[in-house]
Design a protein around this ligand. Sequence first.
Ligand code: SF4
Length: 448
Amino acid sequence: MGLTGIQIFKLLPKTNCGECGVPTCLAFAMNLASGKAELDSCPYVSDEAREQLAEASAPPIRPVAIGAGVREFKTGGETVMFRHEKTFYSPTGIAAMIGSDMDSGSLDSKLKEWNALQYERVGLNLVPQAVALKDTNGDGKAFTAVAKKIAEESEFGLILMSDQVDVLKGAVEACTFKRPLLYAATKDNAEPMGNLAKESGLPLVIKADNVEDLIALSDQLTGMGLKDLVLDSGAREVRQLFQDQVAIRRTALKAGNRSLGFPTVTFPCEMASNLEMETVIAAMLIAKYAGIVVLSDFKGESLFPLLLERLNIFTDPQRPMTVTEGIYEIGGPDEHSPVLVTTNFSLTYFIVSGEIEGSRIPSWLLIMDTEGLSVMTAWAAGKFSGDVVGMFVKKSGIGDRIGHKKVIIPGYAASISGEMEEELPDWEVVIGPRDASLIPKFLKDFAA
Ligand code: SF4
């Protein structure tokens, strides 16, 4: 549980020297409590106080890093039950499972197929992150060979799954550079599995039959000095798994139970007989509260909606996604090209720029900072009024790059045209379409 500002203040030197950038230790303590300052900014905190503060300020659910390179991801680190309370921080890792008996040719084509599943959305590249490699026959050599191939020849992270430590050992040696997640320590193999994770410095899943047993196992493993754990409550039935996910999150956050203060891994692939049902279960788990979901396969029709859901849930609800204010050139515009203006809400930008691109009419797109609000919302909030937009067009410098004085505004903001013309007396304000999908036709007619 986090400390309050007053509790933190008691551990500070109380000299009010101001070297941390604020005038008093109390102000610094308040900033620290609200996450606006770093403890390192005060050079005078004693080692003892530093230790106490670090321990107390550690997130209630430990963030665990998995993988390396472009598909590396962090799971855990969450601080709230509900997204609207603050935000969710670590997007659910999405993995698909293969067996260690897969032949080399099939593995190659599977990895190639999975690697191609990448989606551009609001300027982000949405991808799944990992392959869960399951030991199917206890053949350590075959397991290591497949793990090595995935680690060396693909971008994917790895979940190495076997209940036999000897099977995992070779793969761990070959793939440590990719920081795989080891699966799993149980009550029967906790010690050797814990030792393997400790020696290799890799994160480890602990698996029990229920949440109570998970607590005991977690205490045993943390007692061995392990820090990066991931929890599997063992449930493979939807209702029970849902209850476990909520109970684990709630107990870690509300009761401050450190034994359950770790992210979770879940297996929709072991809970349904087809990918459609797996996808539905995974969709529930992304919302509540799986750290990782493992599917039986990646297929576009299943993966894409899950990636989009994840994108929406793991964005800060208090901070709309934005693009930078400025002049955007689309298709190599020149002095005769049309000029359009809109807001800096990411979705608005990407939809409008996509339609302009689709029209094949080179254009200038002026993006105005409305703090991430869409056109209608910004207009209603007074951030996209005629005088403000007119002033922006004037200051943007677009006038120096074109040989005409016409600017196209969104159809939904038609009512600002009069005010804009007052601000831009020698310009013609043209009202564009309301619906972005009509932009290509509009631009073609406009250019003609
Ligand atoms: Fe207090 Fe440390 Fe800030 Fe000085 S630097 S005011 S001692 S918190």
